[in-house]
Design a protein around this ligand. Structure first.
Ligand code: PLP
Length: 394
């Protein structure tokens, strides 16, 4: 007799949990840890969005809304998708949820059955494989190498297709690598996708955080994919609104109706005041945040590239760098040997107080993820400490 369902028993314990716990324990202890493991902007929500949320509360917009979100917000999202992504949708094709994470969970539940496969390029965001499994489907991991800039090639995509493939997951700009697919690269993937009857789920939550390159939506470049593409986006990263829990998806009407119905029974609408803040956020984007990230990225990557034993690609987007640390495997510090990314990150944290996330969490065991969503002073300190750590490895 099992106390827990097979569904939740299948959830893999997060590879980041022990590092997380250790980081929190050290911080609680008053240790000056430089936390490079965070996945949220270190900026405040734009004031106009925050005040719109407050105003909604005070003015009594504190009741249930339509399960799929207010018409106001869905209209604002439709305009945004047209203006910024060249995508034509109607408000009926939008469902607003409690974060993009929730939108993703909804979509996998709405399109996947047990036995289905979802093609998932690695390195991937930690929640994708678990959400795919919770829907009953199997993630089919496609390992993307540093040689291809951590991007899936059309050949890899073609080779991963089987009669069971239900959907392909895309995430550009990518967490954890920061890779951004170019127009040509997305178009080439689109041509493969056109040959197969599969859904495309494209998570574009980091779209605003690009440095000298353009973000494209695949269904904007390959319009014939429109009827089977689901675009997922949210307010957490672009508008520093992680705590408001607001995300959305746009897709074909039948799929979106199913998601809306599913959501109506699971959570209902996302918080009404968050939705009001979301409407105001679109006019309150702060480009100085992007400039700050750009400057930090340049500094951090330059510093990492100079370190012995590290290799680091220049990421084009998001707020992460993903250096390869595998040349340091086999080395030791104070009698302890580094065998893998988990050991590396654990020892870096314990001895030099820098918190990073092991690449194994993202299906990339040769790397670690450093977030630069923290101040330049903290980044400079992290660089000194990582340098100090590596210099002592034998
Ligand atoms: N997608 C990616 C790639 C992410 O990195 C995150 C957050 O870390 C999310 C989705 C979810 O964001 P939220 O649920 O806060 O909208």
């Amino acid at each position: 007799e099992q106390r827990l369902s097979a569904r939740v028993r299948g959830i893999a314990p997060s590879a980041t949990m022990s590092i997380d716990a250790k980081t929190k324990a050290l911080l609680n202890d008053g240790q000056p840890v430089v936390n490079m493991s965070v996945g949220e902007p270190d900026f405040d929500t734009p004031k106009a969005a925050a005040f719109a949320g407050i105003k909604a509360i005070v003015n009594g917009q504190t009741r249930y809304t339509a399960a799929a979100g207010t018409l106001d917000l869905r209209k604002a999202i439709v305009s945004k998708l047209m203006r910024e992504n060249g995508l034509q949708y109607t408000p009926e094709q939008i469902v607003v949820s409690s974060g993009a994470k929730h939108s993703l969970f909804n979509i996998f539940l709405a399109i996947c059955d047990p036995g289905d496969e979802v093609i998932l390029p690695a390195p991937y965001w930690v929640s994708y494989p678990e959400q795919i499994r919770l829907s009953g489907a199997e993630p089919v991991i496609v390992s993307c190498t540093e040689a291809s800039g951590f991007k899936m090639t059309p050949e890899q995509l073609e080779a991963a297709m089987t009669p069971k493939t239900k959907a392909v997951m895309l995430n550009s700009p990518n967490n954890p690598t920061g890779a951004v697919y170019s127009r040509e690269e997305l178009t080439a993937l689109g041509e493969v996708l056109l040959k197969h009857d599969v859904y495309v789920v494209t998570d574009e939550i980091y779209e605003k955080l690009v440095y000298g390159v353009e973000h494209y939506s695949i269904n904007g470049l390959v319009p014939d994919l429109m009827s089977r593409t689901v675009v997922v986006n949210g307010f957490s990263k672009a508008f520093a609104m992680t705590g408001w829990r607001l995300g959305y998806l746009a897709g074909p009407l039948d799929v979106v109706k199913a998601v809306s119905s599913l959501q109506s029974h699971a959570t209902g609408n996302p918080a009404s005041m968050s939705q009001a803040a979301g409407v105001a956020a679109f006019d309150a984007f702060d480009p100085s945040m992007v400039e700050a990230f750009h400057e930090r990225r340049d500094y951090l990557v330059r510093a990492l590239k100079e370190m012995d034993g590290l290799q680091c690609l220049m990421p084009d987007g998001a707020f992460y760098v993903f250096p390869n640390i595998s040349r340091l495997y086999g080395k030791s510090l104070e009698g302890k040997r580094i065998e893998n990314s988990n050991d590396f990150c654990t020892m870096l944290l314990e001895t030099d107080l820098v918190a990073a996330v092991p690449g194994s969490a993202f299906g990339a065991p040769d790397n670690m993820r450093l977030s630069y969503a923290t101040s330049m002073d903290q980044i400079k300190l992290a660089v000194e400490r990582i340098q100090h750590f590596i210099s002592r490895l034998q």
